[in-house]
Design a protein around this ligand. Structure first.
Ligand SMILES: [Zn+2]
Length: 250
């Protein structure tokens, strides 16, 4: 079963590659079908097997031998692994569907942010609409509406303050806030808090290293750190939160 989830993850990862490549170019993600970026040959099913095709073709196009970025098999593998971990942690159910959907949006947004330094609202919008649907379903099942509101208020206040305080340094931006609002629609207030805390630490450490090394890049892509922080928060958030409370009592 875990292997089946892994395979489904790699197939979806292959689709995320299409999104990552085409959304910043303002191209349709549905049409035309996958083709080589150099020779434009339409790819056949044998060229589109996640991870395996790239390995068998030694990272080159079958037709024109143009190099194919290692980003493609990496995203496929990463998506497969993350889906498997979420499955092993939560089993099959609404949590599995909800968290894999959220992480999918974060993977696409994080890689686009790394490549372009932009957060694309079209991607966030899909996440926000999905989050609203999951929230409504969960409110009907058992979730407290105040818990949903609290989840949204936490990043709004904390990130809002950080953005205001660091606006001179080009720190986190509105795009990052947008990402956190969408995350808050999927997780409990505790997990939002842990995710926010971890993202700021990861992003902060990397920013400090970049700054100390003397690079003065205009923007730092924060979404990859937010995605990593959120994944850890989803998997271990409750434990981290309780551990933090226990040490801060002393
Ligand atoms: Zn080609």
């Amino acid at each position: 079963m875990a292997f089946f989830v892994f395979v489904i993850g790699t197939i979806l990862g292959s689709f995320f590659n299409v999104c990552i490549y085409r959304i910043p170019e303002d191209e349709s993600i549905a049409y035309p079908p996958s083709h080589c970026g150099k020779c434009n040959t339409k790819l056949k099913p044998l060229d589109l097997i996640p991870i395996m095709s790239w390995i068998f073709l030694k990272g080159k196009c079958r037709y024109c031998k143009e190099k194919v970025s290692i980003q493609y098999p990496l995203i496929e593998f990463l998506t497969g692994i993350i889906f498997t971990i979420i499955y092993l942690r939560f089993g099959f159910g609404i949590e599995f569907i909800k968290y894999t959907f959220l992480i999918s949006i974060l993977i696409i947004s994080a890689v686009i942010d790394l490549k372009t330094q932009y957060v694309f609202f079209s991607v966030s919008l899909v996440g926000i609409v999905g989050g609203i649907i999951f929230s409504i379903v969960e409110i009907f099942i058992n979730k407290n509406i105040f818990s949903v509101l609290l989840s949204i208020i936490i990043p709004l206040v904390i990130l809002g303050l950080i953005i205001l305080m660091t606006r001179k340094f080009d720190g986190m931006g509105i795009g990052d806030l947008e990402i956190f609002i969408l995350i808050s629609l999927y997780v409990s207030p505790k997990i939002v808090a842990v995710s926010l805390f971890l993202s700021i630490i990861f992003g902060g450490i990397v920013s400090a290293v970049i700054y100390l090394k003397g690079y003065r890049k205009k923007h730092i892509a924060f979404v990859p750190y937010i995605a990593l922080g959120t994944l850890i928060a989803i998997l271990f958030g409750e434990d981290i939160f309780n551990w933090y409370l226990s040490i801060s009592m002393f």
